[in-house]
Design a protein around this ligand. Sequence first.
Ligand SMILES: [Zn+2]
Length: 407
Amino acid sequence: MRDRARRAISECKHIATMSEEPDRITRRFLTPPVHQVHAHLRARMEAMGMTIRVDAAGNLCGLWQPAGARGARLIMGSHIDTVPNAGAYDGILGVALALEWVALAQELALPLALEVIAFSEEEGVRFGVPFIGSRVVAGRFDTALLEFKDSDGVTMEQAILDYGLDPHCIAEAAVDDDALGFVEIHVEQGPVLDSGGLSVAAVSAIMGQTRLSLKFTGQANHAGTTPMRLRRDALTAAAEWVTAVETYAIATEGLVATIGKFAVDPNASNVIPGVAQLSLDVRHPDDTARNDAVDVLLAKTSAIGARRGLTTICVREMDQPAVPMDERLTAFVTEAIDACGFRVKTMPSGAGHDAMVMAARMPAAMLFLRSPGGISHHPAETVLEEDVEAALHVGRKFLQRLTAESR
Ligand SMILES: [Zn+2]
């Protein structure tokens, strides 16, 4: 297994050289280096005896259909696009490991059909909209997206044509019903496994997410002539609310709340701020808990505003429900983790993943690998050889179990 783990890691490092930029990893949807990735994966899959096709959105799909395979196929995969100045493992490790899982199934002669999908787009960098690849596979692609333009003014439709694909065939790329589920292997991209000393975990759900923008409006005024008790300072009100959000989130199990944007007006050192504008991002694996949290936090803005003589406005920009992973497939993953002698851990994912989109179409599960230092979306992102090896042991048990259950 150690050799397989090393091979998966070196695959990621090799594919990391296929970049839009010379000294860093940047690989957006259907840009030239994606041709290199496709050529590389195609050769690898062909050597493994898989049947390959590239769909109209640039998803590379390899099918392993062993003689005597019974029943539906399991689909595995993750994405091959990256954020700008990315690490070498986000997404691509899930493809490299899925191929190693296929190699294990071949070695064990499991009568289980397996398809590996290298999703063309997940990060949302080029067109500002994420999950393009998995939306197409899941049959959840809105063709209005074809008119979206990248920063060079190229439409998605043109980008697909330029790559040599036919955007009119997107509807045909939707997955058929002959799939028993989807499994995605992915780096955790956070510090939970690392802080707990764990190699792997099963994912229970992708957290739901609410994004809001807020505005505290008071009165801008002279910093020297306005006594403290006569001020309506938007910044100090907003600051009080920011710390209240943190206090509430710390005290609420499973909740993460972030104020990532903060702007004051007029933003001058001798003027009391009249306006403070903020963003709020709230996530929780349970939708009721998330909605309750949003209600409480908004009530606090009104209370703080009222006490300080300010008005508050809040606009809800996004409400995305949580996506629970499939119980049965996830139980197979946790039982495989247990059977391999690793400590069992299930955890929600605070980040979105292709599995979230695929879950709309079929049972879906995820296996997380430790992110050392909790670092991701950064060149310092890495994985430990022992954790990749752990994911291979878990995969072997999982596939054996799934084969036995599919009989
Ligand atoms: Zn990813």
